[in-house]
Design a protein around this ligand. Structure first.
Ligand SMILES: [Zn+2]
Length: 656
C-alpha cells in the first residue's frame, strides 16, 4: 500500500477543512480502503459563535457522503464538548443519540453527522481517519484473527472487540482507549469491522493509515495469503434465457422488478466454481455495513425459492431477539454464485447492482486470502442481523425516496444515436429504466457514461447481430421489459415507375424485416418481464396518410403497423402490450439540416417557423414530444391498452 499524497497539493490547502477534504478523497479513491459510503473521517477545529466566542467543533463526515467525492459542506459541524459529555453516559438509545448529534450542530443545513461522531470525538487527536481496509478485515476475519492482529501491530494499535456501531461502540472505545493507548499508539483496530488512524495533521493521520494497512498486507504476503493461486479455469458461455429466468424468479421474490448483472470474468467464474464455495461464501460479509447491500449470504446456485425460505427462517430466528419489532425486508438474494453464470449482482437499479458487484468482488478477494491464511470467519448471524435491521442503516437505503416508475426495468431502443431514438433513451432513463441503445453509428457506445446505459454499435440487418445484442443485454441487466422499435430509413423521393428492386428491398429490410426479427427474438424475454412486456413501434403519419414519392417508406411502415397489430393479438396472452405512434414533421433530427428546412419552407411559400408549425394545432412537434409519449405508453397510464395507434403530429387534417 503506497501513499498517493502529493506534498504540493496538501501544501496548497489553506484551512483545516481543506486538508481534511484532500486526504479524505485520497482514502476514498482507493477501493481497497473504503467502498460506497463506507469509512469516515473528521477534524477538530475551533469556530467563532454568534457571541464572538471560540467553540470547539468536530467536523465529521455527514451520512450520505462518499469519501471519494466529499466536499467541505459534507462535513457536519457538531459541538465537541457536548459529544464528549455524551460519551460519559452509561447508555443512549440510537434515536436519542442521532437527535443529540443533529441538535448540537452549528449549521442547520448540514447533513446528519455520521453515527460514529461520538467515537471520533473521544479520540484525542485533531485528525481521525476510519476505513474498512480489505487487508485488515481479511486478517481480522480469519481463524485466530485477534491473535494475528496483535502480532502484526503490537503496541501500535488499541484492539477493540466487535460491538455494533453506535453509542455502545463509542463508549467501549472511550474506555479501552484510555486504558490501553500508550506513546506508540497510532491507530485502533475494530475487530471484524475496520481500522482507525489519527494524528495532529491530515498528512500524519493519512500516512499512518497507509502504514498500518501496509503492515497487514505485508503480513498476508509473508503468510503466502496475498497472491492468490489460480483456481480451476472455467469458460463462460451465453446464458440469455438462464439470466432472464433467474431475474424473473428474483424479481418475483422481491415483489418488484430487479436488475441482475452477470460477471463472468475468470475471477468470478473460478470463485463460483470452487468446490468449497458453499462453505467459504456462506460465512457472512467482510464488514457489517456491507449487509444492507449484499445481504448476509449469497445464493449458491439458482434455487430462489430455497433462498427465500432460508431468509425467512433467518428472520424468524433473530427478529424476536431484537430490541424492537421489525418487519421483514424483501427476501430476494443480492449476490448469486453459480459455476455456469459466474457471479451475479442484484439491485433495484443498475447502479445498485453495480455497487453490490464491487463490494462482492472485494469480498471474494478477502475470502480467498483469509481461506489461504487458515479459514475465513465472519461475525455471527445474530450480529449481522442487528446491523441489517438497524434503523440507521436502513435509513441510508431510504434516502433516495420513492423509486421512479421504471426502477428495475430494462428497455432496448433501436436507432438510438440521434433524433427520436436518442430522445427515447433519455425519457426512459429519466423514468429509472436501464436502457440499451443500439445504432449503426459507433458514437452510440459512449453517448452516456453511466451504469444504467449500455450502447451497442451494430448492423441490425446482420443475422448474427440480434442474438449478440440480447446476450449483452441479459449479461448486463438480466432481461428485457420494453422494446422501442425506432430504427428506420427515409429514402429520398422516388416514384414507383422508377423505383428499383434493390432500393425497395433495402427499405423493406431495414424498416420491416429487422423489426420482425427483433420481435421474434425478444418475445421469450418480454414474456418473462416481471410487470409484463411492452413494445412501442415508432410508425409514421404515412401509415394513415401516405404521400406520393414515398412508396417504399410508406409501404414498409404500413406493413410494420400491421405486424404490430397481429403481435397485439398473439402476445396479449403473454401479457405483452404493443402500441404504435405515428409522428409527423419532427424536424430536430439528423435528417433535417437548416438548409433543407429553409428550402422546403420556401417551396411551400412559408417561413421556417410557419413550416414547422404547419398543422392543426399550429405547434412544433419535437423528438422529445414523441419520446415522452413512447415512454408513457410503457407506463401505467397505458396498462390497459394494446394494439393502439396514436398520432403525435400536432393534428393532421388528412389523418383526422
Ligand atoms: Zn466503520
Amino acid at each position: 500500500m503506497k501513499s498517493i499524497l502529493d506534498s504540493r497539493e496538501i501544501a496548497a490547502c489553506t484551512s483545516d477543512i481543506e486538508q481534511r477534504v484532500y486526504t479524505s478523497r485520497l482514502l476514498g479513491r482507493d477501493k481497497t480502503l473504503v467502498l460506497h459510503g463506507g469509512g469516515n473521517t473528521s477534524v477538530k477545529a475551533s469556530q467563532k459563535n454568534a457571541f464572538g466566542e471560540d467553540e470547539n467543533i468536530l467536523f465529521v463526515k455527514g451520512s450520505g457522503w462518499d469519501l471519494e467525492k466529499i466536499e467541505g459542506g459534507g462535513f457536519s459541524p457538531v459541538r465537541l464538548d457536548h459529544l464528549k459529555r455524551l460519551a460519559k453516559l452509561t447508555s443512549l438509545p440510537d434515536p436519542a443519540m442521532v437527535n443529540e448529534l443533529v441538535t448540537h450542530m452549528t449549521r442547520a443545513s448540514a447533513p446528519v453527522p455520521s453515527v460514529e461522531a461520538i467515537l471520533h470525538a473521544i479520540l484525542p487527536y485533531k485528525y481521525v481517519d476510519h476505513t474498512h481496509a480489505d487487508a485488515v478485515v481479511t486478517v481480522s476475519n480469519s481463524v485466530d484473527g485477534e491473535k494475528r492482529i496483535r502480532e502484526i501491530y503490537g503496541n501500535r494499535v488499541v484492539v477493540i472487540p466487535y460491538v455494533m456501531p453506535g453509542f455502545d461502540l463509542a463508549r467501549l472505545c472511550a474506555e479501552r482507549f484510555a486504558a490501553d493507548a500508550g506513546p506508540e499508539t497510532i491507530g485502533m483496530v475494530l475487530l471484524n469491522h475496520g481500522i482507525f488512524s489519527f494524528g495532529e495533521s491530515a498528512q500524519e493521520s493519512y500516512e499512518r493509515m497507509i502504514h498500518l494497512v501496509g503492515l497487514a498486507e505485508e503480513y498476508l504476503s509473508r503468510q503466502r495469503a496475498w497472491e492468490i493461486e489460480g483456481e480451476s479455469t472455467a469458460c463462460a458461455g451465453a446464458a440469455i434465457m438462464e439470466m432472464a429466468r433467474l431475474r424473473r424468479d428474483i424479481s418475483d421474490a422481491a415483489g418488484v422488478p430487479m436488475v441482475v448483472s452477470r460477471y463472468a470474468d475468470q475471477n468470478c467464474l473460478s470463485f463460483a466454481a470452487r468446490p468449497d464455495v458453499a462453505v467459504i461464501a456462506r460465512q457472512g460479509p467482510a464488514t457489517p455495513d456491507h449487509v444492507i447491500r449484499t445481504k448476509r449470504l449469497p445464493m449458491i446456485g439458482r434455487d430462489v425459492k430455497a433462498y427465500v425460505a432460508e431468509y425467512e427462517a433467518y428472520f424468524a430466528q433473530y427478529e424476536p431477539l431484537a430490541k424492537e419489532r421489525k418487519s421483514m425486508l424483501d427476501p430476494a438474494p443480492r449476490v448469486v454464485l453459480n459455476p455456469e453464470l459466474g457471479m451475479c449482482s442484484v439491485g433495484r437499479s443498475a447502479k445498485d447492482a453495480a455497487v453490490v458487484a464491487e463490494i462482492y468482488e472485494h469480498t471474494m478477494d478477502i475470502i480467498r486470502r483469509a481461506t489461504a491464511l487458515g479459514g475465513y470467519r465472519a461475525l455471527s448471524a445474530r450480529d449481522i442481523f442487528d446491523v441489517e435491521y438497524w434503523d440507521l442503516e436502513q435509513a441510508k437505503l431510504q434516502k433516495g425516496g420513492k423509486p421512479p416508475a421504471f426502477a428495475g426495468e430494462i428497455a432496448l431502443v433501436t436507432g438510438a444515436a440521434s433524433g427520436i431514438g436518442k430522445a427515447c433513451v433519455e425519457s426512459l432513463l429519466a423514468r429509472g429504466a436501464a436502457v440499451v441503445g443500439v445504432d449503426l453509428n459507433p458514437a452510440i457506445v459512449s453517448l452516456w457514461q453511466r451504469p444504467d446505459y449500455l450502447g451497442i454499435s451494430c448492423d441490425l440487418t446482420d443475422p448474427a447481430a440480434i442474438p449478440k445484442i440480447l446476450e449483452q443485454t441479459t449479461n448486463r441487466y438480466g432481461g428485457l421489459d420494453m422494446l422501442v422499435l425506432n430504427a428506420g430509413v427515409f429514402p429520398g423521393g422516388c416514384r414507383i415507375d422508377s423505383l428499383g428492386s434493390g432500393e425497395w428491398r433495402r427499405v423493406m429490410t431495414i424498416n420491416l424485416d429487422v423489426n420482425q426479427s427483433l420481435m421474434r427474438e425478444c418475445h421469450p424475454l418480454l414474456k418473462l418481464a416481471p410487470r409484463g412486456g411492452r413494445v412501442v413501434v415508432i410508425g409514421s403519419k404515412n401509415v394513415p396518410a401516405p404521400g406520393p414519392g414515398a412508396a417504399a417508406y410508406s409501404a414498409s411502415k404500413a406493413a410494420l403497423n400491421q405486424l404490430a397489430r397481429v403481435a397485439a393479438l398473439e402476445w396479449g396472452g403473454d401479457n405483452i402490450r404493443i402500441n404504435s405512434l405515428h409522428p409527423n414533421a419532427v424536424f430536430d433530427t439528423g435528417l433535417w439540416t437548416e438548409e433543407v428546412l429553409a428550402s422546403r419552407a420556401k417551396h411551400y411559400g412559408l417561413s421556417v417557423d410557419e413550416y414547422k408549425r404547419n398543422n392543426v394545432l399550429k405547434t412544433e412537434v419535437t423528438s422529445r414530444d414523441v419520446a415522452e409519449l413512447a415512454a408513457e405508453m410503457c407506463g401505467s397510464l397505458f396498462a390497459k391498452t394494446t394494439g393502439a395507434q396514436l398520432p403525435v403530429d400536432g393534428g393532421n387534417d388528412r389523418v383526422i
